[in-house]
Ligand binder design. Sequence first.
Ligand code: ZN
Length: 297
Amino acid sequence: MRIHRSGTAAPGRAPGLALGLVLGLGALTGCGLGSSGKETSPPRTGEPVQPPAATAPAGGTASQPPASEDTGDGGAADALRGKTIVIDPGHNGGNAKNPSAIAKQVDIGNGRKECDTTGTETNAGYAESAFTWDVSNRLAKLLRAQGANVVLTRHNDTGVGPCINERAAIGNRAKADAALSIHADGAGAAQHGFHIIEPVAVKGFNAKAVPASQKLGRAIRDGYHEGTGVAYSNYRGTKALDPRSDLGGLNLSTVPKVFIECGNMRNAGDAAKLSSAAFRQKIAQSLVTGFDKYFTS
Ligand SMILES: [Zn+2]
């Protein structure tokens, strides 16, 4: 099914989403991240899809493991201790019912854009906001177990927003050592894999943080790829790294920050993984490894 990015979608052009969700349908497309995503025809469609890991624990690993086991690299168990990490769970569960609130235009440094978007969902109706909320909480728990100071940009999955400029401001005010916005994409059914979205320098705003953000992006990419086995995106970025200048959450961040699109919720193989609680725990663990790589490299 063709997916329209919210920034370019004409109202009512959302065929196939017969889920009874009328409000917010216009924005329930793509990942809701904006207009620069173009539909492409990926040359590869036959790549094998790995089944969700059934053996990963769904939340029990933070009990009392030796700290070094969670870092994945042995000698850097304290790399996260005392670090301030801002986790931004993309979208919010109440956004779809409040289209006027999230449609409000905000300044993103090089233009204006809607406050927030609804995000996407799997064909079975698992919402991106629920996915990002779940992964973010699993990740926060693991990071805190290693001594990190974790700040979430929202506190439930039933509210509205915050706006993308505020999501950036939360990281700035916290003087975060690193910030990560968690998303999943809504692309074509044959498109799959994950990618990192890196900032592009916007003068007067994020420029000083771009080099560190690029380092963070590589570390998160490597941690995620190694930890989950999810393939690099076959439709966005180069080796799963995609620089963009149209995202307020990156343009306005004065601290190192990237987005991760953990997979494509409209691809059957990716959706099966993202819908698995055990796999989401594996995602959280892999992101811990990514942060650890960032702080130790
Ligand atoms: Zn998203």
